[in-house]
Design a protein around this ligand. Structure first.
Ligand code: NAG
Length: 251
């Protein structure tokens, strides 16, 4: 009698309840599924019984310069190309874009954008950020670990080039170096600059009226550390009289 009670009470909980249940984890929400039938990515430890073949399957769409796709674990097949920087979690979860061709090897621009995107959600901090990552700022950023606009761009270029290119720390210094590309010919990863009144002139490596920089992300978007009180992320591309006539390709 006791054995029957045990089987009826415990068997469904331990073996059957897992499949089909909603599950949540740090990288999203999903449904507990057999790993072999998951069209997205699976995460361990989020399903009630979590046997090795049943995991939390999360379907999340992602957007890249090559188009939209689905976040998947790169250890599974993608009938297209994997792109980094567009999905949550570590680098094993990437955006599978069907039918696309990979970016040319040595695509530093894509790497600049991808490096910046790893900092999505980090707070803006005036004076914060450097080649190695976020840091405590100064003045209004004195209590915040994060990045300001040029701290972020210095970080992204550093990381994308294996620290072989370390650009000046401020927008006023950054616009004076690197390759100048007409704004209309910008490519992913090129840095956009803004100056008061559109005065983008420089003298002795110093461009006095420059005040902001952002990373061109394609699709009418740019990735930036915008201002105190915001977090880093993708925003609609802003034009206007302050935008400088060139983007800078810093590699
Ligand atoms: C992706 O798959 C590999 C191999 O199965 C695994 O080690 C890794 O943890 C997975 N990534 C995530 C974020 O679950």
């Amino acid at each position: 009698m006791q054995i029957f009670t045990f089987i009826f009470a415990a068997f469904p909980v331990l073996a059957l309840a897992a499949i089909g249940d909603t599950c949540t984890h740090s990288l999203g929400t999903g449904t507990c599924k057999l790993t072999t039938s998951c069209a997205g990515y699976t995460v361990s430890g989020a399903c009630p019984n979590d046997p090795s073949n049943v995991k939390c399957c999360t379907i999340k769409s992602c957007s890249t310069s090559a188009g939209t796709g689905t976040c998947k674990n790169t250890s599974t097949a993608c009938s297209g190309t994997y792109y980094s920087g567009a999905c949550p979690g570590d680098s094993s979860i990437q955006c599978c874009v069907a039918g696309s061709t990979p970016p040319p090897s040595g695509n530093t621009g894509a790497a600049v954008l991808a490096a910046a995107k790893t900092q999505t959600g980090v707070p803006y901090s005036w004076g914060g950020g450097n080649c190695n990552g976020k840091s405590l700022g100064i003045e209004q950023g004195a209590n915040t670990v994060g990045f300001d606009c040029s701290g972020l761009t210095q970080y992204a270029v550093c990381q994308a080039t294996g620290k072989s290119v370390v650009i000046p720390r401020t927008t006023r210094g950054q616009y004076a170096v690197g390759k100048r590309i007409p704004l209309a010919q910008r490519q992913i990863g090129d840095l956009i600059y803004y100056a008061t009144g559109g005065d983008c002139s420089c003298s002795n490596g110093y461009c006095a009226a420059l005040y902001h920089t952002a990373i061109w992300a394609g699709n009418n978007q740019m990735f930036e550390a915008q201002k105190t009180g915001t977090t880093l992320g993708l925003h609609t591309y802003r034009t206007g009289t302050d935008i400088c006539p060139y983007v800078i390709r810093h590699w």
